[in-house]
Structures are given as structure tokens and as C-alpha cells.
Design a protein around this ligand. Structure first.
Ligand SMILES: C[S@@+](CC[C@H](N)C(=O)[O-])C[C@H]1O[C@@H](n2cnc3c(N)ncnc32)[C@H](O)[C@@H]1O
Length: 229
């Protein structure tokens, strides 16, 4: 399937970003991080591993967890190799201020995956097999939720009903805040679902803000959704 600058398979890519990239995507200050955080979808991101190492109570959710570690490692490397080939072919369609090169971008993906796999092997209880829009957590289970590279990005296969249910679910399990990035779909333009989802959250009494972040990889895709619960 070809969507804008990316070609994606029908399934979702099992690749993840580093803790440091999460700080950029979600406009977070490491010194201000505290409490409990849910990363959903976690994928093979190193966010949970590194956040735990600095004292945060973090959990990650992904439907692709719960499999043998060797299978997750294989899928992660295959996804990164595919991304690498596509980025080399379409380098000019992205902004390289943050990464500098395709090699560095892929080095970060591999570093995140290796840290995730090592942490998963040691602390599998941090990694919960589940899928939006149904999370096995009680109301207000965590202080905040971070959600990157699922909602809005894959709006070609996840419809408006899914998005509304998914955001309602993320808000249900958070006692303070939900942050979602990016708000663009694979064609690199703002998803048509952003406005109705934001409206529906406001109607339910939540405060919805849009922030511009300095991290930019897809051109002009710098909007972060911040929902105060
Ligand atoms: C591109 S990864 C994003 C990982 C990480 N958040 C990041 O930004 O690096 C997308 C992940 O979404 C997961 N996923 C797919 N459908 C999902 C669902 N319904 N609920 C939660 N996660 C889902 C996939 O398994 C995949 O690991």
C-alpha cells in the first residue's frame, strides 16, 4: 500500500522511538516528569525502560507484546530495515534537522528496540498485551498517557469511531493528561478526525489544547494534542 511518502503493510509497524525522542514528540521536560505514565501504543520503544530507570512508574501497552522475544526482535529489525530502505528512497520528503541522516534515524530505532527487548526480558510485567479501544486498566489508573504513531497517523484503516473510542479510553485511564502525536496521517496532512475527536472531548468536559513542538520530521507536522482530563 502506498500512502503519501510512506509505504506501509496492512499490519502496523513494530518499531519504536527512544526515550529522548519521546521527550521531543511530547514536549516533555525530563526534570518535570513524575508519577505514573502509560505509553500506548508502546511498540518496541525504550520510553518505559528508561523512564523506569529514573524512577517513573511506567507501563506500555501493545497488541504485539506477549510473543517470544526472538519474534519481536525479528519483526522490529524487519520494520527498521523497511523504514531504512524507504527513507533512503524518499530522503527529500523529510526534515533532517533532528536526525541529520538516515543512518542516525535508524541507529535510534535500533537503540530503542534493543533497550526495549532487554527490559522486556527482565520485566515483562511492565508490558501489557492489549489493544485500543479496550485497555485493562481501571479508571484514573495512571497520571498521564502518551500515545504516539497510531491514532490519526493510520486514519486510512482506523475509522472515526475507533478514534473517538480510543481517545475516550485513553482519557478514562488517565487522571491528569493525555498527549497524542502526530496529528497527521500517512499523507503528512492533518487527519480529518482531529477536529471531530477534539470536539467530542470538549463536549465531555475535557480541556483540549494544541501545541506546536520544535521536533519536525514530517514537514510541518509539529502539532501535539494535549487533553487535560
Ligand atoms: C509505529 S508503532 C509506535 C510505537 C511508539 N509509540 C513510537 O512512537 O515509537 C505503532 C504500534 O501500534 C501498535 N498498535 C496497533 N494497533 C493498536 C491498537 N488498537 N491499540 C494499541 N496499539 C496498537 C502496533 O502493534 C505498533 O507496535
Amino acid at each position: 500500500m502506498v500512502e503519501g511518502a510512506f509505504e506501509v503493510e496492512e499490519s502496523f509497524r513494530f518499531q519504536g522511538r527512544t526515550f529522548e525522542e519521546y521527550l521531543e514528540l511530547f514536549d516533555l521536560d525530563v526534570g518535570a516528569l513524575s508519577g505514573s505514565v502509560l505509553d500506548c501504543p508502546g511498540g518496541p520503544s525504550s520510553f518505559t525502560a528508561v523512564a523506569r530507570s529514573i524512577g517513573l512508574k511506567t507501563y506500555a501497552v501493545d497488541p504485539q507484546y506477549g510473543r517470544p522475544i526472538s519474534d519481536m526482535a525479528t519483526d522490529c529489525e524487519a520494520a527498521i530495515a523497511d523504514t531504512e530502505a524507504q527513507l533512503r528512497a524518499k530522503r527529500d520528503q523529510f526534515v533532517w534537522d533532528y536526525y541529520g541522516s538516515v543512518e542516525t534515524r535508524c541507529r535510534y530505532l535500533r537503540a530503542a528496540g534493543q533497550r526495549f527487548l532487554a527490559d522486556y526480558a527482565q520485566y515483562p510485567e511492565r508490558y501489557v498485551v492489549a489493544a485500543l479501544p479496550d485497555l485493562p486498566f481501571v479508571d484514573d489508573a495512571v497520571d498521564s498517557v502518551l500515545s504516539a504513531h497510531l491514532c490519526f497517523l493510520y486514519d486510512d484503516r482506523l475509522g472515526l469511531d475507533f478514534h473517538q473510542a480510543a481517545l475516550d479510553e485513553l482519557v478514562r485511564v488517565a487522571s491528569e493528561e493525555v498527549r497524542v502525536f502526530p496529528l497527521a496521517s500517512l499523507d503528512m496532512t492533518r487527519s480529518e478526525f482531529v477536529a471531530p475527536v477534539a470536539e467530542s472531548l470538549r463536549e465531555r468536559g475535557h480541556t483540549v489544547d494544541f501545541r506546536n513542538i520544535s521536533y519536525e520530521f514530517m514537514p510541518d507536522v509539529t502539532e501535539l494534542l494535549v487533553v487535560s482530563v
